[in-house]
Design a protein around this ligand. Structure first.
Ligand code: RTP
Ligand code: MG
Length: 139
């Protein structure tokens, strides 16, 4: 269903610190269906490819170091208006600016270690879902 899916990543430290289950629960109780999910580790090159839109920016090296520093959990989420609603659910990029009740407010520790990713457009969602999942891995 075009426009009704988004791609999320539970970022490394959230997995390491034992917050994975709580974050997945928060997503599910907010009305998202898990259409695909896997835990894996990106190498530096793969993290750079995933965040290619930010290549050349001052934070690119820290971002891709962090994203390749440990296990992540990637998932395709389905819900009406998924991209925009999920960005609202996760909150601002910098957890200091994130509203109460958002996932980044609850679980992020810094602008780099900000717990979770959400696609920023339907086009990004398509590209990012293809980055992580083959056709037969999707429900
Ligand atoms: P994400 O892609 O991870 O969901 O985060 P986002 O859309 O909220 O933010 P984006 O602009 O796409 O940036 C990607 C990640 O880079 C780090 N960042 N650091 N120091 C900085 O100014 C800065 N800006 C961005 C953040 O970790 C952000 O999640
Ligand atoms: Mg982004």
């Amino acid at each position: 269903m075009a426009g009704n899916k988004t791609l999320t990543i539970i970022k490394p430290y959230a997995v390491k610190n034992g917050n994975l289950g709580a974050i997945l629960h928060k997503i599910e109780e907010s009305g998202y269906r898990f259409a695909a999910i896997k835990t894996l580790k990106l190498d530096k090159h793969e993290a750079e490819a995933f965040y290619q839109e930010h290549k050349g920016k001052p934070f690119f090296d820290d971002l891709t170091d962090f994203m390749s520093s440990g296990p992540i959990t990637a998932a395709i989420l389905e819900k009406e208006n998924a991209v925009a609603d999920f960005r609202f659910l996760i909150g601002a990029t910098d957890p200091n600016n994130a509203k109460e009740g958002t996932i980044r407010k609850m679980f992020a520790t810094s602008k780099t270690q900000n717990a979770i990713h959400g696609s920023d457009s339907d086009e990004s969602a398509d590209r990012e879902c293809d980055f992580f999942f083959s056709k037969r891995e999707r429900l």
